[in-house]
Design a protein around this ligand. Structure first.
Ligand code: ZN
Length: 298
């Protein structure tokens, strides 16, 4: 199915991927009793209305993390599940600002069609207060015959979660781990903390074969976990490729040389963009922006 803002592709007989104008992905996962929408895209056009045409089941929204290209539909559902560490981020100007989200879907990119004449600022959902249900590692969403297990993977953002479907042997991974894992953004953890998260995810590696992420590539093999651990170690040792590049989070360093189709030339799937100020140690605080009336030294 397709409209001006969204298009679908089927992952399996109970999961539909919905792609937004920025090439960002959400997943509608249907059980016998209810459906889970994993991520809300950028909030340009009504994803809620689009989803209504895909299923008659009651639908609830779960966010992989609090970034602008994942939280949009929260502003029309009015409630969502999110790890508490990303709530500040979710309400920050960076994440919910109308102009930023408009620019995200209309930015020219070789990876997607030109959308400048397709959408207007009026198509961008205004941010509203959202009831946030906390979600934590080990929680299981029960959809009736379909279970999705929550795994926390702090890194890209401190509140990042992924969902494991043991029956289908699939992990829905948001931006947790992919060929362009941005670790240089506001709210990213250090590389040392990220490595711990990837080691935690590795405990589940035997339970799935592929990952479906928030952008691009279909079905990334579970071996990406080993690639990411290898790159984390190289960054920590100072032996990675360390290629300077200008991107979303300003200047970042790419851990491995990038080849065609955004994949690294070493033959694996993981690549990491990081900040040299954010490699070792542990950050004490979660994302702090977006909270009124507080002076913070962080
Ligand atoms: Zn993100």
């Amino acid at each position: 199915m397709k409209n001006k803002f969204f298009m679908t592709t089927e992952v399996n007989d109970y999961v539909t991927r919905i792609t937004g104008l920025g090439g960002e992905n959400a997943y509608l996962i249907r059980g016998s009793e209810r459906a889970l929408l994993f991520d809300g895209l950028t909030g340009v056009g009504s994803l809620k209305a689009f989803v209504r045409e895909l299923t008659d089941l009651p639908v609830f929204l779960v966010l992989s993390h609090g970034h602008p290209d994942h939280e949009g539909a929260a502003f029309e559902y009015g409630e969502c599940f999110i790890n508490p560490d990303d709530i500040g981020l979710m309400y920050s100007e960076f994440a919910c600002g109308i102009e930023g989200r408009y620019n995200y879907v209309t930015a020219p990119s070789p990876l997607k069609p030109d959308t400048k004449n397709v959408v207007t600022m009026e198509d961008v959902l205004p941010p509203v207060p959202v009831k946030t249900w906390p979600v934590y590692d080990g929680d299981v969403f029960n959809l009736g015959g379909v279970q999705l297990e929550v795994i926390q993977v702090p890194g890209h953002t401190r509140g990042t979660i992924v969902l494991l479907d043991r029956k289908a042997r699939i992990v829905y991974s948001g931006d947790a781990i992919n060929p362009n894992t941005l670790m240089n953004l506001y709210g990213s953890t250090t590389i040392e903390e990220y490595k711990e998260s990837v080691l935690h995810l590795k405990e589940y590696q035997k339970d799935f074969d592929v990952m479906y992420g928030g952008h691009g590539l279909d079905g990334i093999p579970a071996s990406i976990i080993d690639d990411a651990l290898m790159l984390c170690d190289k960054i920590l040792d100072g032996t990675d490729a360390s290629i300077e590049e200008m991107g979303l989070g300003g200047i970042g360093y790419l851990a491995a040389e990038r080849g065609p189709e955004f994949l690294p030339v070493y033959g694996g799937f993981s690549n990491i963009v990081y900040s040299k100020r954010n490699i070792r140690g542990k950050k004490m605080s979660a994302v702090l922006e977006g909270r009124p009336y507080i002076d913070s030294r962080a």
